[in-house]
Design a protein around this ligand. Structure first.
Ligand code: HEM
Length: 124
């Protein structure tokens, strides 16, 4: 239906879980990203990104109920994010999305957003 959200069009929660699970599976072995993330709470970090993306694309608003307004730039301020960190994040995400294999139209929409958002998170 025309009212269907992007969240629904790409397959809902399982699709976002699949992408973010694959992203985080690579974080501990990533020399640039591993030091930034809480090694004792990668599960929590994974849940936060999953719920955020689900909400952003029109799914359930569980992220907001749990964490409040996203304020992503502010929440990233404690981490030094320069070009290297941005590129490492995007490379991991690209690999995760390739593994999941969205159809090309959906892939392009999600990827454009993520590349823009990653650049916006840069604070160095
Ligand atoms: C949290 C790094 C880009 C969404 C975090 C955390 C780190 C981090 C270290 C803390 C982990 C945690 O949740 O405990 C980075 C780096 C990026 C990047 C290096 C490279 C540019 C992005 C992008 C998005 C995003 C593009 C969204 C499209 C989030 C969310 C959280 C988070 C939703 C949890 C916020 C909260 O509720 O506390 N990020 N991030 N990040 N990041 Fe990123």
């Amino acid at each position: 239906t025309p009212q269907e959200t992007f969240y629904e069009r790409v397959g809902g929660e399982p699709t976002f879980r699949a992408i973010v699970d694959r992203f985080y599976a690579g974080v501990p072995d990533d020399p640039v990203l591993a030091p930034l993330y809480p090694s004792d709470d990668l599960e929590g970090a994974r849940e936060r990104l999953t719920l955020f993306l689900m909400q952003y694309w029109g799914g359930p608003r569980t992220y907001d109920e749990w964490r409040g307004h996203p304020r992503l730039r502010m929440r990233h301020a404690p981490f030094a994010i320069g070009e290297a960190e941005r590129d490492a994040w995007l490379a991991r995400m690209r690999a995760a999305m390739d593994e999941v294999g969205l159809d090309p139209e959906h892939d392009a929409v999600l990827w454009e957003y993520l590349t823009m958002a990653a650049e916006a998170m840069r604070n160095r």
